[in-house]
Design a protein around this ligand. Structure first.
Ligand SMILES: NC(=O)c1ccc[n+]([C@@H]2O[C@H](COP(=O)([O-])OP(=O)(O)OC[C@H]3O[C@@H](n4cnc5c(N)ncnc54)[C@H](O)[C@@H]3O)[C@@H](O)[C@H]2O)c1
Length: 336
């Protein structure tokens, strides 16, 4: 069975991807320092898959640790999720973000080169597009100046990967630009577990519905959209996980150096108010929300053109917005 190293594999997207890799006949080897996740995720993964995945707690910036893992396991590919992702914190502590997000990629590439590991899937983000001038966003839509140090780390990492792949024979890399991952595994055993106040809409919604937070503020209802609230492309985390499986399979079929980038979204945008109403419909809970003023720096609308990933990787999303809301709500209820 092909062993795939997953940095950040105890985190939200990494843990769901571990399930999909296993289903596809690959064995995840998880490395996570648990700076934004819990060791219990590994138990939950065992409950879902029936398999105890190898887990190493530590920092992927440490090459000696990566090497010791590769001494024990024949690693044939890497998915690099490990990063810090809080946009606000990145503005207050930029060096923390550059060191972890950019530094870890460089250490990982050196390690892969030394060990002859060819394949890497990198977690990028639609944040690299900022507020696009034309919608939907294709992969050739120009990247905008980053709105935050976090966003800039993704742009810099993409640029490093382009240069690196050009320089090394046989290296094969895909950057996946995620739109807005939401939802949870249908078992409700794993899901998004933000530490502190959630930065993202859906965990905030489910925490308000669960009585953990008093109310949700919708930042603006006077934008140029169907109901005035901002639009995002929400993608179920299991669909996103599947995109990593497809990306690895595709890399495996490339003979030479390879680098490419793919959007991962549904191709549809939903407003904040549509998300709230979908949640109310599937949960039967009336959400306590208020309309507040616009929030500085918010992208008003963005959604993906997914033609490239549909045609080249043969990947298609299967979950609807209501599926996402149902799974997120079941996950939230399981936390009580
Ligand atoms: N969730 C989103 O909305 C979103 C959108 C676009 C891109 N991304 C990117 O996807 C990736 C995964 O995001 P997520 O939502 O699963 O985040 P997450 O915080 O749930 O997962 C990241 C994991 O990496 C671990 N980690 C961080 N630094 C580490 C280090 N140096 N060594 C080892 N482990 C480390 C954390 O403990 C955490 O478990 C990140 O690179 C993120 O920037 C996320």
């Amino acid at each position: 069975m092909k062993k795939i190293l997953i940095t950040g594999g105890a985190g939200y997207i990494g843990s769901h991807t571990a399930v999909e890799l296993w289903k596809a006949g690959m064995e995840p080897i998880i490395l996570d320092d648990l700076s934004n996740s819990y060791a219990s995720v590994i138990d939950r993964l065992e409950e879902i898959t029936g398999k105890r995945f190898a887990f190493y707690q530590g920092d992927c910036n440490k090459k000696s640790l990566l090497k010791s893992i590769a001494d024990k396991h024949k690693i044939e590919g890497v998915i690099h999720f490990a990063a810090f992702k809080a946009v606000g914190e990145s503005t207050a502590q930029p060096l923390k973000y550059y060191r972890n997000n950019v530094g870890s990629l460089m250490v990982l590439l050196q390690f892969m080169q030394e060990r002859g590991i060819r394949d890497l899937v990198f977690s990028s983000s639609c944040t690299v597009y900022g507020q696009p001038d034309v919608l939907p966003v294709t992969e050739s839509t120009p990247r905008k100046e980053a709105e935050s140090p976090y966003g800039n780390t993704k742009k810099i990492c993409e640029d490093i990967l382009i240069d690196y792949v050009k320089s090394k024979p046989g290296i094969r890399v895909i950057s996946l630009r995620y739109f807005n991952p939401i939802g949870a595994h249908s078992s409700a055993k794993i899901g998004e577990l933000p530490i502190g106040t959630p930065n993202n809409l859906v965990p905030f919604i489910t925490q308000v519905a669960a009585g953990i937070r008093e109310k949700l503020t919708v930042f603006g209802d006077d934008y140029d959209t169907v109901d005035g609230s901002c639009i995002r492309d929400y993608i179920h985390v299991m669909d996103l996980a599947d995109a990593h499986v497809k990306a690895l399979a595709f890399l495996n079929g490339q003979e030479n150096n390879f680098y490419d980038v793919f959007n991962v979204g549904t191709g549809n945008g939903n407003t904040v108010l549509e998300v709230i109403h979908a949640f109310e419909k599937v949960s039967g809970v009336k959400l306590n929300y208020v309309i507040g003023p616009r929030r500085a720096g918010d992208v008003v609308k963005t959604w993906a053109d997914t033609t490239k990933i549909n045609t080249v990787l043969g990947w298609h999303p299967h979950y609807s917005l209501e599926d996402c809301m149902r799974d997120s709500w079941n996950w939230q209820k399981s936390l009580r």
